[in-house]
Design a protein around this ligand. Structure first.
Ligand SMILES: CC(C)(COP(=O)(O)OP(=O)(O)OC[C@H]1O[C@@H](n2cnc3c(N)ncnc32)[C@H](O)[C@@H]1OP(=O)(O)O)[C@@H](O)C(=O)NCCC(=O)NCCS
Length: 269
């Protein structure tokens, strides 16, 4: 419980390790939020901090005269091409959740990562279809709220407390661009496009017939306005074909989007 309603964010110090170990050990020992089995010692955590701050930002939040949470970034992979992609992790004292501290810590972390030139942030979130006593959807909901999108779900990759848990990778672009699905209606643009094409085709055929093959009105249109007639017969078929394709494509995309939404809904519920 946040007593003073005030908190500050600052960079981590090595001497914070003991308090961070205390906060983290709760999640290691009692939840599946972390896939570690054994809580790291203070020395181990100090070593992890030292290693992280060599290259990445690491922030703690202080409130009520103690550290109540921390967030840090890390490398997604040591391979050079991943240099613009970082991971983010965050842990709050269990009694200090839902006070905006997570948001403030992530804001600070993301700002620093952006300044470093990091383009993608990935959060690996432990996930299960049904919440249980070891794992809630809090982290998933928090990351959604912070603008992260689920991009990959690895099924049953972590076994803890004799249960299998998934790992959900959630991604955010540091430039604010949302990882949005494309508009399923975009195929319908073919319909106005076809209308324009049809008008142009008719205009061209009329011009050709009028100027290149002059109509002989006396002999009932002989030689025939051949191109115009061809266009009048052909274009409806072309239109029906293209527009039909656009409509069927849109229906397929809508069904696929609905199925995808349903699976996200299953994640959220
Ligand atoms: C996930 C965690 C960091 C969120 O931090 P927090 O300070 O509680 O989050 P905030 O108060 O800043 O909440 C921001 C938004 O996240 C969402 N959110 C956070 N906790 C939520 C919860 N328990 N249920 C639903 N939504 C939640 C809400 O949309 C919230 O906005 P709102 O308060 O306006 O509704 C914190 O709960 C925590 O440390 N959890 C345990 C460790 C953990 O899961 N770490 C992530 C490992 S990847």
């Amino acid at each position: 419980m946040l007593l003073t309603n005030e908190f500050t964010i600052r960079e981590v110090r090595l001497e914070d390790a003991a308090r961070l170990a205390e906060i983290y050990s709760f999640y290691v020992l009692n939840t599946a939020v972390s896939f570690e089995y054994y809580a790291p010692t203070v020395e181990e955590l100090e070593e992890r901090i030292r290693h992280t701050i060599e290259k990445y930002p690491y922030f703690v939040c202080e409130a009520d005269n103690k550290i109540v949470g921390y967030a840090y970034a890390g490398a997604y992979s040591a391979r050079e091409a991943y240099a613009w992609t970082a991971t983010a992790s965050i842990y709050l004292d269990k009694d200090y959740r839902r006070h905006g501290i997570g948001t403030a810590l992530y804001d600070a972390l993301e700002k620093r990562l952006r300044e470093m030139g990091i383009v993608n942030i990935l959060a690996g979130v432990a996930y299960c279809e049904k919440e249980d006593e070891y794992l809630s959807r809090d982290s998933y909901k928090f990351h959604l709220k912070m603008g992260y999108s689920p991009v990959a779900r690895m099924k049953s990759v972590g076994k803890k407390f004799d249960r299998w848990y998934d790992l959900l990778w959630m991604q955010k672009k540091t430039n604010g661009a949302r990882l949005k699905d494309k508009n399923p209606f975009r195929g319908l643009l073919l319909i106005p496009l076809m209308a324009v094409v049809t008008i142009v085709v008719f205009a061209i055929t009329l011009l050709i017939d009028a100027y290149l093959i002059p109509w002989d009105t006396e002999s009932l249109g002989h030689p025939a306005p051949a191109f115009t007639i061809l266009a009048f017969i052909g274009m409806p078929f072309v239109n029906i074909g293209v527009c039909g394709f656009a409509i069927i494509l849109t229906i397929i995309r809508l069904i696929r989007a609905k199925m995808k939404k349903r699976s996200v809904w299953r994640m959220t519920s």
